[in-house]
Design a binder for this molecule. Sequence first.
Ligand code: AMP
Length: 440
Amino acid sequence: MKFSDLGLSEALLKAIEKKGYTEPSPIQEKAIPVVLEGNDILASAQTGTGKTAGFVLPLLHILSKRQPQGKRPIRALVLTPTRELAAQIYDNAKEYSEFLDFRTAVIFGGVSAVPQVKKLRNGVDMLVATPGRLLDLQGQRKLSLADVEILVLDEADRMLDMGFVHDLKRILKVMPEKRQNLLFSATFNSDIKRLAQTYLTNPVIVEATPENSTVEMIKQKIYRVDKTDKTNLVIKLISDGNWQQVLIFTRTKHGANRLTKKLEKQNITAAAIHGNKSQGARTKALAGFKSGNIRVMVATDIAARGLDIPLLPHVINFDLPNVPENYVHRIGRTGRAGASGEAISLVAADEVGLVRGIERLVGEKLPSEVVEGYEPIDNPDDVQQEKNRGGGGGGRGKKPHHRRNSDNKGGGNSHFRGKRKSNSGGGGGRDSGGGRDRRF
Ligand code: AMP
């Protein structure tokens, strides 16, 4: 399938070519024709699948075909949960609309509203927004949603998780009832289904990335370790493996700050990215990380959601997330756009129970290892938990100096580290066409 088979205008095909995309991703192949026909869609896709172009391209096609004369009201609204995601969608939309007479704006909190309002005053065709700032400016009558024809809810699950449901309802109330709705979500829980039933009209269901297959192309493993040893183990993994671009997840903002400081003390450049950081600091951290000036980015779940970090080779879960779905989102930061990646989870005694939920969700048992010198000294509760989950290998974890490398080939060498393995012939299959087809 080629982009030119999808029915997009010449101006869009030219922009696509300029971006260097040679073929549509599965979500684009499925979603674009459906949106062009004017249908509502309910799409299962997460960041990294090319979903943004999946809705922005047909939206640009439709709206630029019927450009109103004179005043330019907002005719498309893209709602996103985070500022980063909003900024990214805006950047993409600017690129895709380069050869069209089309105006896009982005608004989000944490920065001055003045330039945003100024831009809106000139008239925009498409607005990308986070719910809070949107309602704020709508309440002040700085913008009107009365002419919206197409609504995109991106990362709808995360929007609900972040408590935006009431904001969402208020926003929907000030829009025309008759409109085209595109809902994108990485997961489909009952809340999302209810949202879809309430606001979507006969949606076409588009599914491009079943969660499990996303996970398949990412090399996952667990290191059992004591909580107090986690920081040292992270430093060792990064140093021994000479990893140059690592995303680390912590459960708390405080934990992210603490780890960042400790890494820096070891001369490993690092930056924390979380909700307490100003927008400027977040943007700077992300830019530094992308350019290679910052080796490690330490993030909380919410801050990292939607970040577009191409070809990220290593993700470390410093703490396991409480919600198994977040594990899938986190490790989705690696193995992007067809490349393979490695996702490591550091699991302390009190997190062993969480592993089970994750394994159930991803549909496979995660291989577990212990690094020499970082053997956990499990407490009795933990041993019981391991037994409950059917963890084999008699005496698993009981003896502090019992090494277990058996789950992974090549473990006999103390310099086992994943880098070598992820580039090995064994991993090659994941780099090949199969993996590419699934995500790109
Ligand atoms: P997204 O899932 O929308 O965040 O996109 C992930 C990354 O894939 C972005 O860097 C896009 O620029 C890129 N991308 C989107 N569509 C394609 C395509 N058809 N071919 C190659 N890369 C793409």
